[in-house]
Design a protein around this ligand. Sequence first.
Ligand code: HEC
Length: 133
Amino acid sequence: MKISIKTSIYEISLGLTRALCATVMAVISVQSTPLHAQQGKASPRERAGAVLYGKHCSTCHGVRLIKDDAAHDLAAAAKDMSEERFIAGAKTARGAMPSYASLLNDTQLADVYAYVKRGHSSDLDDVPMESNH
Ligand code: HEC
């Protein structure tokens, strides 16, 4: 009897320790995820947007949306931006930003928006991204 009570207390504490470890690991993995990175697979639209972004936008807005000294942080800018505003912004030349009105249509720009809004994920690492340095 004594032994079996001890055993079940041991089993309960082992279970609690495991649950605690899982919680701690989950918290750590959430916190160590970069700001714009996402888990899971990108949708076909988001992948199409990433391809267009890598071809047309990454030189100035950062490879894989990662902002460096030279880049204008588009992911941060798009955070509170509607799709309409984003598309209008991409079609308007302003400073170093060229107009894409004649190069990409609204559907393509909406795909880029979907990618920028969701963020980069590791399943998109195979998408070529042009860098200017
Ligand atoms: C030659 C460099 C360059 C390229 C290429 C470029 N951008 Fe930009 N973009 C900029 C700069 C610089 C700004 C900030 C302009 C400003 O407000 O002064 C900007 C701003 C923007 C904005 C407005 C953000 C805001 O804060 O209002 C959008 C939207 C945008 N870019 C989308 C795109 C998309 C989509 C592409 C690719 C299809 C692209 N850009 C390619 C340089 C570039």
